[in-house]
Ligand binder design. Structure first.
Ligand SMILES: [Zn+2]
Length: 318
């Protein structure tokens, strides 16, 4: 499952072309939501570079020694650098800089995959910049991030940027049914809960953490004092924020008498129908906008998430 790539066809073709034409850059920045497949593709890119099969166009054979070593996380020229605790620390960057100057041991290049690079502080990022400015010839740095805005413009400009997108939840649900034998109703819930990110959906599936179709409390709540408790819930379960919009959308559809096929949370339709009379159309539209604005604020800026979520919940329960 680890190396199965789902979607991202365009990115894969671009990387294959890069390897075929031997125009591999020194630094890449993979940008996209958490759980969307950036790390799987980064590992695949390393395999494309390492694979000893030498096919044209380049592919990953999965059988040669190099491919097998990558699959077993055992290739001496591939290294992952992940945050220690909540931060990617300057000490980790310095350690990288000490060993990046040595020649690769087995492959033509050394590949370093740095995950969650938005979690560097300014000191660590400035330190990394020195390497990004002049990467040693036989190295490839692949930086992964879910929040490009948290990075310095100079970091971004030193890297070749590749964008990764979540897939429409309907498409993801179909893949979960067809390729992972998930029951259709469960698949829809998983896809929505994961906001279209396949890795997140599969993690939830593995953990048996399948979102039940409970109507979010915030739709029913009127007491402003509960807003703070509900904000806490969204902070602990950030993936439910994207899902929240689908509940308000259902309310809007029900209120407008839309066809039943458009309703996402069909199992909760009776409860939703009992809630609809409390809402005006304007209030539902404002709620959707509020959730979108808050999500965008949290995803794309350095804003204080707790504060943003509290303000959101206060607006939603009023
Ligand atoms: Zn191979």
């Amino acid at each position: 499952m680890q190396n199965q790539i789902i979607g991202h066809q365009q990115v894969i073709e671009q990387l294959q072309h890069t390897v075929a034409s031997e125009r591999i850059a020194g630094a890449y920045l993979f940008v996209g939501p958490t759980g969307v497949g950036k790390e799987t593709v980064a590992r695949y890119f390393a395999q494309l570079i390492f694979c000893q099969q030498g096919t044209h166009p380049p592919t990953v054979c999965g059988a040669c020694l190099a491919c097998r070593k990558v699959n077993s996380s055992n290739h001496p020229d591939l290294q992952f650098i992940r945050p220690e605790g909540s931060l990617l620390k300057i000490g980790q960057i310095r350690a990288l800089q000490k060993q990046i100057i040595y020649e690769p041991l087995e492959a033509s290049r050394k590949v370093y995959i740095l995950t969650d690079v938005e979690r560097m502080n300014a000191e660590a990022e400035n330190c990394l910049l020195k390497t990004l400015e002049e990467p040693p010839a036989a190295t490839v740095l692949i930086l992964l991030t879910s929040n490009i805005r948290a990075l310095l413009p100079t970091t971004r400009s030193r890297c070749q940027i590749l964008q990764f997108h979540a897939m429409p939840t309907q498409e993801l649900a179909e893949i979960l049914v067809e390729q992972f034998s998930v029951a259709p109703e469960q698949a829809t819930a998983l896809a929505i809960g994961a906001d279209g990110a396949i890795g997140t959906a599969l993690t939830h599936l593995e953990k048996g953490d399948i979102r039940t179709e409970e109507v979010p409390e915030i739709l029913k709540e009127t007491d402003p004092l509960t807003a703070f408790r509900l904000a806490e819930h969204f902070k602990d379960n950030p993936e439910t924020l994207g899902e929240l919009v689908t509940w308000y959308r259902d309310l809007l559809f029900l209120q407008q008498g839309a066809p039943i096929e458009l309703i996402t949370h069909i199992h909760s339709i009776a409860e939703l129908q009992s809630i609809v009379p409390r809402y005006s159309r304007l209030r539902i539209q404002q709620a959707i906008q509020t959730v979108f604005d808050t999500k965008s604020l949290i995803d794309n800026t350095n804003t204080n998430a707790t504060l943003a979520l509290e303000v959101m919940c206060l607006k939603l329960v009023k």
